[in-house]
Design a protein around this ligand. Structure first.
Ligand code: EPU
Length: 417
C-alpha cells in the first residue's frame, strides 16, 4: 500500500493543468450504453473511479480501447444485465448504469453502490424515479433489479435535488416512449454537457442546466464524438493550493465560469486572483479573512470544495462557520486538521466553527475520502515538518497524477510504498 510523504512548508511556482471532469466522464461512459456504434471520447481522466467503471463495462461485454488521447467505446455486445457485485460495490457511481441499462436492455441488477464515506447516500430517488417510467423493482438482499419491457415517458418531481438522480432519469427518458418532464432537477454544468452529447447522438432533450428538463423519447441513439469538460473541482482545489502556499501558480485548461460562487467567496476571504476565460492565476495574499459558507446545489457553493475551503479558513484571522447541509459525513475530516494544529469545533455533523489562524504541523494521517484526502495534501504543503498520508487510493479515485502535478510546480511530495 502506498502513501504520500510531504515535507513542508512549500512555496510553489508554475503552471498546473486541469484534467477532464470525473463527474462528467463517469456519466458519459454510462451514456454510451444508450448508443449504437463506436463512441469516441477524449479527455477522460486517468483516475481510479474511471478505471473501476471501465472494468464494470468490460465485464458487462462492452468493447473499450484507448487510442492516443481518446477512448473508443462500443456497448453493442453487452450481454449481461447484472453489474458485477464486487466492482459495483466499490464505486458509488455504478448506480449511474441503472437507467441506461434498463432503457437499452430492459433489465438491470445492481449491487448497493459503494463510494465515498461522506454520508448515508440512499438510492430512494433512483428507485422511485425509475418506477415512475413503469419499471418493476425488486430487492434481493443487497442487490436491486429493475425490469421494464417498455419504459413510458413520465412527469417526475425530484423530492430532493440529486445530480446523479437527474442524470439517470434524463438518460432513461431518452429511450422511453413519449414525453418526460423532470422537475426540481440538479443544474450542475456536467448535466447540460451530458445533454449536449446525447442530443448530438440523436436525443431530444431541452432545458438541461435549468430546474425543468423535458425529453422527447426516441427509438435509438447513434454513437457520438466528444471531449470531457474540465474538472471544476480539481481547478478549485488548485486555487486553494496556490493561495494557501502563498504562491503564484497558473491553473490552466479550466472553466472559471463554472466556479463563480466559489471564486466569489475565495476573494471575499482575501484570495488574490486573476481570472481568465480558461485559466486562474493565484497571487500571494498577505492575510486571509474569515468567511461563513453554506454548501448548496449548483450554482451555490460546491460541497466538493468545502474541505479545501475549510482548510483555508484555518489560516484566516478570526472565526468562520462552515455549514454542510448536503452530506452528513463530510466534516469529520476536520479532526485530522485539528491533529495537525488547527482549531476547529464541531457543532453538529453538518456545522463546524473554524478559529484561525493556526500554524499546522506535519502528522501521520489517513485520507478518509476523496476531497478530504486532497485537502490533507494541501495541509501537508503548508505544515511544518513531515506529513504522511495513507489510504491514498481515495485521493486517486478523483485526482489524476496529483503527486506528479504538484511536484512539477515545486512541491516536496513523493509516493512511498
Ligand atoms: N440523496 C437521497 N436519495 C437518493 C440520492 C441522493 O436522499 O436517492 C441525497 C444524498 O444523500 C445527498 C443529496 O441527495 O444528501 C444530494 O446528493 P446527490 O444525489 O446530488 O449526489 P450524487 O449524485 O451521489 C454527485 C457527485 C458528488 C457530489 C454530489 C453533490 C458524482 C459521481 N458524484 O453525487 O461528487 O458531491 O453530486 O454535488 O457525480 C466527489 O466528486 O467527491 C463527489 C462526492
Amino acid at each position: 500500500m502506498s502513501f504520500y510523504v510531504i515535507k513542508g512548508p512549500n512555496r510553489l511556482r508554475g503552471e498546473i493543468k486541469v484534467a477532464g471532469a470525473k463527474n462528467a466522464a463517469l456519466k458519459f461512459l454510462a451514456a454510451t450504453i444508450l448508443t449504437q456504434g463506436d463512441n469516441e471520447i477524449k479527455n477522460i481522466p486517468e483516475i481510479n473511479d474511471i478505471k473501476k467503471l471501465i472494468e464494470i463495462l468490460v465485464d458487462l461485454g462492452a468493447k473499450i480501447k484507448k487510442e492516443k488521447n481518446k477512448f473508443i467505446i462500443s456497448t453493442d455486445k453487452i450481454k449481461k444485465s447484472k453489474i458485477n457485485d464486487d466492482l459495483g460495490r466499490e464505486l458509488r457511481a455504478s448506480i449511474i448504469l441503472a437507467g441506461p441499462m434498463l432503457a437499452r436492455f430492459k433489465k438491470v441488477t445492481i449491487p448497493h453502490p459503494g463510494g465515498c464515506l461522506i454520508g448515508k447516500r440512499p438510492i430512494d430517488i433512483f428507485i422511485k424515479g425509475l418506477q415512475s417510467f413503469g419499471a418493476n423493482f425488486t430487492e434481493n438482499g443487497s442487490s436491486y433489479t429493475f425490469k421494464a419491457e417498455k419504459l413510458k415517458g413520465t412527469t417526475y418531481l425530484f423530492p430532493k435535488i440529486s445530480v446523479t438522480g437527474t442524470e439517470t432519469m434524463m438518460m432513461t427518458a431518452v429511450l422511453a416512449e413519449g414525453k418526460t418532464i423532470l422537475k426540481n432537477c440538479a443544474q450542475e454544468p456536467e448535466i447540460p454537457s451530458l445533454a449536449k452529447y446525447l442530443n448530438a447522438c440523436g436525443a431530444k432533450i431541452k432545458g438541461a442546466g435549468t430546474s425543468t428538463i423535458t425529453i422527447e423519447g426516441v427509438k435509438k441513439l447513434k454513437a457520438g464524438k466528444t471531449s470531457i469538460m474540465p474538472d471544476r473541482i480539481e481547478a478549485g482545489t488548485f486555487v486553494v493550493t496556490g493561495l494557501l502556499t502563498k504562491s503564484e501558480i497558473i491553473i490552466k485548461n479550466c472553466e472559471p465560469k463554472h466556479l463563480e460562487n466559489f471564486l466569489y467567496y475565495i476573494q471575499e476571504a482575501g484570495g488574490k486572483l486573476e481570472i481568465g476565460k480558461d485559466y486562474i492565476k493565484t497571487f500571494p495574499s498577505q492575510k486571509f479573512y474569515p468567511v461563513d459558507i453554506i454548501t448548496h446545489e449548483y450554482p451555490g457553493f460546491p460541497t466538493d470544495l468545502q474541505a479545501p475551503f475549510t482548510l483555508l479558513m484555518t489560516q484566516a484571522m478570526g472565526q468562520s462557520l462552515i455549514h454542510e447541509p448536503i452530506f452528513e459525513g463530510r466534516l469529520f475530516f476536520t479532526d485530522k486538521l485539528n491533529q495537525m494544529g488547527a482549531n476547529i469545533t464541531m457543532c453538529d455533523p453538518h456545522r463546524v466553527i473554524v478559529n484561525g489562524p493556526n500554524k499546522l504541523f506535519g502528522k501521520k494521517v489517513d485520507s478518509p475520502d476523496l476531497r478530504a484526502g486532497a485537502t490533507l495534501i494541501l495541509a501537508g504543503l503548508i505544515a511544518e515538518g513531515k506529513t504522511t498520508i495513507g489510504n491514498v487510493y481515495q485521493i486517486e479515485r478523483g485526482y489524476e497524477n496529483i503527486v506528479e502535478k504538484l511536484r512539477n510546480i515545486g512541491a516536496n511530495i513523493e509516493i512511498q510504498s
